[in-house]
Design a binder for this molecule. Structure first.
Ligand SMILES: Cc1cc2nc3c(=O)[nH]c(=O)nc-3n(C[C@H](O)[C@H](O)[C@H](O)COP(=O)(O)OP(=O)(O)OC[C@H]3O[C@@H](n4cnc5c(N)ncnc54)[C@H](O)[C@@H]3O)c2cc1C
Length: 351
């Protein structure tokens, strides 16, 4: 088999990478090992335009957010899935100080923020003492709809191999790569945290980050918004909510922990008024990076070996934008955003 790109991984990164490479007229094959706890399968799918206690705008959000909205709508139409919906975030203030911080930010810059007329209108469902601010627009990406539907499309087109990619079988030639019976001009790794142990990219400053989530049935809760009070409670499907998450830099394994379940259950008892039932509990390791910027582009010593990775906590917003950027780069030679371009590590990668 002769193709332009061999892509490793079909999380949200490999999905958009293959989607945009195809739109640029390239041929490709995706190799993906089905894994129940990949971060793309455990993630909530929120695109939140602001972050942190000081409610600052997230990196590149003014470009990335409108691009993502359009990208999910187009992909969704092609695969018959409602891929994205607006779900603004109700940010309950945990302390009077947080309320003041929100009000200060709001008085300086109202972009992505709103103040409600009645900040106690969610009292029938939630316990909270200091009101709330609204983050808007925020979006919820339908990852459980998109990933299998896109996978089906790949399968039907003969563009997917469901197996484990074995790095030791990859042969890199000067103008191509060879993997088993596949000859490709380039190979691109969108294999999540697996790249941290890759023979080609293990020197990149990955910072694996484990997160956990519960799926909870709460029949009497509004599904109109995302509700945040430390943890986020996110409408998932009818009467089911996603509750997360944690950000662990040190961990021994990828498994869900009893500690998280207990902590989240206590949070639910303290925060949510209706009764609830815990249905599921999952954990996954985010492909995060030390400087919180993605790794995109080609290896300085092996120009046909590339990476599309390091999406950290923001795969849903960064994935579409940078996949398009990389596909345009391959077709037209246009630039890759310097903070994301893996060439910034060329000295490390050349060792
Ligand atoms: C609890 C939690 C909540 C999150 N919430 C959000 C959120 O609300 N919004 C947001 O934007 N992000 C969120 N994230 C982060 C998000 O999940 C990641 O940024 C994103 O999923 C990364 O996608 P990816 O495709 O790069 O990697 P992955 O999802 O890891 O996909 C990599 C794929 O490669 C495959 N693979 C790996 N190695 C091999 C191999 N050797 N052979 C074959 N296949 C292989 C894997 O099986 C997988 O399918 C969350 C993460 C967690 C853990």
């Amino acid at each position: 088999m002769q193709i332009d790109f061999l892509i490793i991984g079909q999380g949200i990164s490999g999905t958009f990478l293959s989607w945009y490479l195809q739109q640029e007229g390239f041929s490709f094959l995706v190799i993906d090992q089905p894994k129940a706890n990949s971060p793309s399968k455990v993630a909530a799918g929120v695109i939140n335009p602001v972050t942190g206690r000081r409610i600052v705008k997230t990196w590149m959000i003014d470009e990335v957010l409108p691009f993502a909205l359009n990208a999910y709508q187009q992909l969704g139409e092609a695969i018959g899935v409602e891929a994205i919906s607006q779900k603004n975030i109700i940010d309950f203030f945990p302390t009077p100080q947080m309320k003041l911080a929100f009000e200060k930010r709001f008085s300086e810059d109202q972009q992505y923020l709103a103040r409600p007329d009645d900040e106690y209108n969610f009292l029938p469902w939630f316990n909270y003492d200091f009101g709330y601010g609204e983050i808007q627009p925020a979006y919820l990406v339908n990852l459980p709809g998109i990933l299998p539907a896109y996978r089906n499309r790949l399968q039907q087109n003969g563009q997917l191999l469901e197996e484990v990619f074995q790095p030791e079988l990859l042969q890199i030639n000067s103008n191509s790569i060879q993997y088993k019976d596949i000859t490709a001009t380039h190979i691109l790794f969108s294999d999540g945290i697996a790249s941290a142990a890759s023979p080609w990219f293990n020197l990149l400053p990955f910072a694996a980050n484990k997160g956990e989530a519960l799926w909870v049935e709460i029949p009497d809760l509004p599904d109109t918004h995302i509700f945040k009070r430390g943890f986020s409670l996110i409408p998932w499907s009818k009467n089911i909510f996603w509750l997360g998450s944690t950000y662990l830099w040190e961990f021994d394994n990828e498994d869900p922990t009893p500690g998280y379940r207990q902590f989240a259950e206590t949070w639910l008892k303290q925060t949510v008024k209706p009764g609830f039932k815990i249905l599921d509990h999952k954990a996954a390791v985010r492909p995060a990076t030390l400087e919180r910027r993605p790794f995109i582009g080609f290896h300085p010593l092996y120009p046909n070996v590339g990476i599309f990775n390091g999406m950290g906590t923001k795969g849903c917003s960064l994935g579409p934008y940078f996949a398009h950027q990389l596909a345009r780069h391959m077709r037209e030679g246009t630039g890759i955003t310097p903070e994301a371009d893996v060439q910034r590590f060329r000295r490390i990668l050349s060792k």
